[in-house]
Design a protein around this ligand. Structure first.
Ligand SMILES: *[C@@H]1O[C@H](CO)[C@@H](O)[C@H](O)[C@H]1NC(C)=O
Ligand SMILES: *[C@@H]1O[C@H](CO)[C@@H](O)[C@H](O)[C@H]1NC(C)=O
Ligand SMILES: *[C@@H]1O[C@H](CO)[C@@H](O)[C@H](O)[C@H]1NC(C)=O
Ligand SMILES: *[C@@H]1O[C@H](CO)[C@@H](O)[C@H](O)[C@H]1NC(C)=O
Ligand SMILES: [Cu+2]
Length: 294
């Protein structure tokens, strides 16, 4: 295939541009793309660090009032809060900021992913299809959070940690180097969705990303067509921070089967301290490479 044939060369060229930069160490494995016994990186190689994300543009995903899998909320309701995503410093990587409350009290840890398709108007989370996976990694093997470039781009909980079982609220902010708010490339998720799962892949709820509405005056940072942040932007540091609150565990959720998504992986639970040093450089070249590939 033309793309895979050219990829090692591309990476070699680009690699020389970023060799001196802070770059996730795992990307050194970018040229070894086949592993016997299960793919541990994409058929198209490791995910590429994305630069040139539009600074100041904030995407936001807001949950519907009712969960898709109703049994998670026997009395009604859903996960509350929101997820915002905006370019990291100088457009490098994407800072995700999750502020979640009213988490379901049965069956964690909860995993979540960017999915390729948006949620349709009827709220059917199954229609969001598979994980965002532009490098065609699949999920035969779980994401190794110490080598995030080898994971599916959309596997956010695999790379940054699942939501612990029994948590009632969860706030976390981290930078993902591989997802993108730059339209036109495969890693772009601004027109897609995020889906929350139980470990057995049941889809609890899902929401679409959309550009957050502009509030107040413009800020100086955006490119053409950019929107200002509607909320205080997190400082785009690369270190992840997380706080989780837990209630006394309750047991005995309703036993009923729900729609199980075909695509969720079940990454190891725990907090991701795998500090994504999203030191990103060669952004233009990477961008060119991504566009070329996808
Ligand atoms: C999936 O997990 C949830 C939470 O533990 C459980 O309530 C539900 O019955 C499970 N569904 C299936 C199909 O196993
Ligand atoms: C939800 O979407 C899936 C996948 O497109 C489809 O198979 C299923 O029938 C839909 N369910 C409903 C209730 O529309
Ligand atoms: C989302 O945007 C990407 C990049 O521009 C594009 O390839 C993809 O087809 C779009 N997906 C949808 C569902 O619009
Ligand atoms: C990042 O987080 C790690 C682990 O929590 C901590 O040891 C380190 O000091 C932090 N670095 C910065 C710059 O905050
Ligand atoms: Cu998923």
């Amino acid at each position: 295939m033309r793309v895979s044939d050219n990829l090692p060369l591309l990476l070699a060229v680009v690699g020389t541009q970023v060799a001196a930069q802070s770059f996730v160490s795992s990307s050194a494995a970018a040229t070894s793309t086949s592993t016997p016994g299960g793919p541990e990186t994409g058929k198209l190689g490791d995910a590429l660090v994305v630069g040139n994300n539009p600074v100041g543009v904030v995407y936001k995903a807001t949950f519907p009032e009712s969960a898709f899998w109703k049994y998670a909320y026997p009395d009604g309701g859903n996960i509350e809060g929101d997820i915002t995503a905006t370019a990291g410093e100088d457009g490098e990587g994407v800072v995700f900021d999750l502020k979640l409350t009213n988490l379901p009290q049965i069956g964690g840890p909860i995993t979540y992913h960017l999915h390729v398709a948006p949620v349709p108007a009827d709220g059917n989370c199954s229609a969001t299809l598979a994980h965002l996976d532009p490098f065609v990694r699949g999920e035969a093997s779980p994401c190794n959070k110490d080598a995030p470039a080898t994971c599916q781009v959309g596997d956010l909980s695999g790379k940054h940690g699942a939501i612990p079982a029994d948590a009632t609220e969860h706030a976390v902010r981290y930078t993902d180097a591989y997802a993108s708010t730059r339209d036109g490339i495969g890693a772009f998720f601004g027109n897609r969705s995020i889906v929350f799962h139980y470990p057995n892949k049941t889809r609890i709820t899902c929401a679409n990303f959309a550009v957050a509405e502009e509030e107040g005056g413009g800020n100086g940072g955006g490119g053409s067509g950019s929107a200002s942040a509607s909320a205080t932007l997190p400082p785009p540091h690369s270190n992840a921070t997380a706080t989780t609150r837990v209630l006394a565990p309750t047991s005995g959720g309703p036993s009923a089967s729900g729609p199980a998504g075909p695509t969720a992986s079940v990454p190891a639970p725990g907090s991701s301290a795998a500090g994504l040093r999203a030191g990103i450089a060669g952004a233009v070249l990477f961008g060119a490479a991504v566009v070329f590939m996808l």
